[in-house]
Design a protein around this ligand. Sequence first.
Ligand SMILES: NC(=O)c1ccc[n+]([C@@H]2O[C@H](COP(=O)([O-])OP(=O)(O)OC[C@H]3O[C@@H](n4cnc5c(N)ncnc54)[C@H](O)[C@@H]3O)[C@@H](O)[C@H]2O)c1
Length: 395
Amino acid sequence: MKTKKTVRTGIVGSGFSATFHFEALRRVYQTDVDVVGVHSADAEQGRKYAADRGIRFFDTLEAMLDEVDAIHVCVPPKWHEPITIAGLERGKFVVCEKPLTGYFGDDSEDFHWQRADKNVALAAALASVDRILEAERKSQGRLLYAENWIYAPSIQKEREILEKTGGQILWIHGEEAHSGSHSVDYAYAARCGGGVLIGKGCHPLTAALYLKRVEGRARDGRPIHPKTVSARTHVITQLPAFRDEGHIRKDYYDIDDFSAMHVEFEDGTIADIFASDIVVGGIHNWLDICANNHRTTCNINPNTAMQTYNPVEKNFADIYVVEKIGTKQGWACTSPDEDWFTGYPQEIEAFYRTIAYGEPLETDSPLAADAISTIYSAYVSADLDGAAVDVKTYQ
Ligand SMILES: NC(=O)c1ccc[n+]([C@@H]2O[C@H](COP(=O)([O-])OP(=O)(O)OC[C@H]3O[C@@H](n4cnc5c(N)ncnc54)[C@H](O)[C@@H]3O)[C@@H](O)[C@H]2O)c1
């Protein structure tokens, strides 16, 4: 049995994702992870996060970087690039939450995503990608892109099927949807890089891009890339005709809340990806893979690993059932371990095998870059009412 290595780690951000990253770090078993501390722009929240977990709070990122081998970037997308590059420049391993980066407006007070020039957005997002890739090239560290869908057990099982059968994926369709994000920042494209197309669409899209890469490598030794994308976006909750019954969040400032992307790969096969904030009934995360020799449905969440029937709402008052469910009464797809089905612990375990022992990485920077390129090309397409737009790809 190999000796466990120790990796010293710091968390950047102390909100929602910083919480599930910490939980996943506690479950890493092949590496000794020493979570040294946290740095957060919200010092009060950061100090509480640190105190609750018995770790240190750092006033500055630089001070934390002095004492760690790796950092987790758990901040809104606007700050992914500067923090990731700061870590890479110091030779650290950088676990960066999704999306890798993006376009965050022109700093004007009245910036509004619906009026923004999407060609400018695409160029700026790709320039940001290039800066990150360049920093990684020069670094002794590495970027580990935290797209948890790739590590969801159902997606990894599909990887095995593709690798062992040499299957050809003809069509992927998938979706991430629920009734609206909890985050304040999410309402503003200038903080998140766009709306639901990027915020939620990046998950099933990246899984589709990943599986086509896996297919190509397994059969022909080279990944299959996206070639073009056509997309439509909508703002359903701002329609004058929208009839609000109180179940769907509707106070967004300037973001799209519905998107559909149609991706054509370089081999002519296709993927259709939906992302929205207008679906009630709990989170809906799934990917359907139609191959020439098999078909797979990955029910990431909900799934039927467990189902409960609760006749009285208040009986389940202090029981977590499943993400974004509107009621706990009646039948529910109660998740016995939602993080596990979502891939969080498997993702962090895999990252630390890469950091400590150099194991291959499923979610490398070219995959993250392809996702950003496809997403912003999709926004260009949406402004052209769905015309096909070429996608720049990364090796
Ligand atoms: N993979 C997933 O399932 C998943 C789920 C939720 C969020 N996310 C991603 O996680 C990231 C953060 O989202 P969240 O929901 O945790 O947000 P959040 O608002 O809950 O937390 C953000 C934290 O970052 C801190 N922060 C902001 N700017 C900072 C800066 N410049 N330096 C240091 N700290 C800073 C804030 O103070 C806050 O503590 C986003 O990129 C989001 O897309 C991923």
